[in-house]
Design a protein around this ligand. Structure first.
Ligand SMILES: CC(C)(COP(=O)(O)OP(=O)(O)OC[C@H]1O[C@@H](n2cnc3c(N)ncnc32)[C@H](O)[C@@H]1OP(=O)(O)O)[C@@H](O)C(=O)NCCC(=O)NCCS
Length: 281
């Protein structure tokens, strides 16, 4: 029996945590957890045994909706209930913070653990890798594509809230300096969509109109370094978007289940084209 304790992750844990996730083929998550430790909406945790990290987890509080992410256990200690204990700890943190819908994106290894804890598949994320390309996107007539400024944050957060059904302002602010928005030439008509590139070719992308989304997807490809992929992630519910991407020759790489426990958030999945990452939505 392995004895372990679960506690809050701090900045002092980042190097050891980065080493253990990298050694366990889960990637070096140092920079990701550095952001999580700093963000007011995030509660990262670590499982410790004999003074060493052996597992991780993250809760992200987005108003009524809470995200469960980066549940990881070092490979030699799997199958002993540590993954379940980490998941339960994150769920308790989120429910304690008032979240009524708990959401996650599951891998094949994680899914059975989550099902036993009452999560069910709600829909799926369809992941498309985009080749980087040099040309700037062509912009729909009557619109204006430009970097996000601090004065835009209220409008970006309001569009995000209306579509995602979550309060993600801290995340939006964390990535806003690299973000872009598409608006009507007539500024009073408002915001039509946004792109917030994050890490590893991911980008949150919300646009109610498909033609605007395609423009922002092309911008994402234009901004992505040549040695990376520009990912888009569409929900099963975004049937028109998935058809349009297929018509453009974009290949679906694979799909991941979005699982929910508690009430289903009110959202507009057909207007979502990309995620910050799979740990926070
Ligand atoms: C997913 C992951 C965190 C699960 O961690 P874990 O510690 O193995 O999880 P648990 O031990 O709680 O549960 C796993 C299995 O062990 C079984 N188990 C749980 N407690 C047990 C115990 N005390 N004794 C023996 N088996 C036990 C569970 O029933 C489960 O059985 P299953 O193989 O039929 O699913 C781990 O596989 C991992 O890190 N994977 C890579 C990262 C990843 O994919 N994370 C999920 C992101 S969504």
């Amino acid at each position: 029996m392995t004895s372990f304790q679960i506690r809050e992750m701090t900045g002092g844990d980042l190097d050891a945590v980065g080493d253990v996730t990298a050694a366990g083929n889960f990637g070096d998550r140092r920079e990701f957890f550095r952001l999580a430790v700093a963000l007011s909406s995030c509660r990262p945790i670590v499982a410790m045994s004999d003074g060493h990290p052996i597992g991780t987890g993250l809760g992200s509080i987005h108003g009524d909706v809470g995200w469960v992410g980066v549940i990881f256990v070092t490979p030699e200690l799997r199958g002993r209930g540590i993954g379940r204990a980490l998941t339960e700890a994150v769920c308790e943190i989120l429910e304690g913070a008032g979240c009524r819908s708990l959401v996650l994106v599951a891998t094949d290894l994680g899914r059975p653990v989550y099902e036993r804890l009452g999560f069910r598949e709600q829909t799926r994320y369809h992941m498309h890798p985009g080749e980087p390309h040099g040309e700037p996107p062509s912009v729909p007539p009557g619109t204006n594509l430009r970097p996000i400024t601090p004065a835009d944050l209220d409008a970006v957060a309001a569009l995000d809230r209306r579509v995602a059904g979550e309060e993600r302002r801290p995340l939006i602010e964390a990535y806003a300096s690299d973000g872009w928005l598409l608006s009507d030439d007539d500024a009073a008509a408002g915001l039509r969509g946004y792109l917030l590139p994050t890490h590893r070719g991911n980008a949150a992308l919300i646009a109610p109109r498909p033609e605007d989304a395609l423009c922002l997807i092309d911008l994402h490809r234009h901004l992505t370094p040549k040695d990376a992929r520009a990912w888009t992630g569409l929900l099963t519910d975004n049937e028109q978007g998935r058809r349009l991407l297929t018509e453009r020759g974009s290949m679906e790489w694979r799909t991941f289940p979005r699982m929910v426990r508690g009430s289903e958030p009110e959202w507009k999945p057909e207007m979502i084209w990309g995620q910050f990452n799979h740990a926070m939505g």
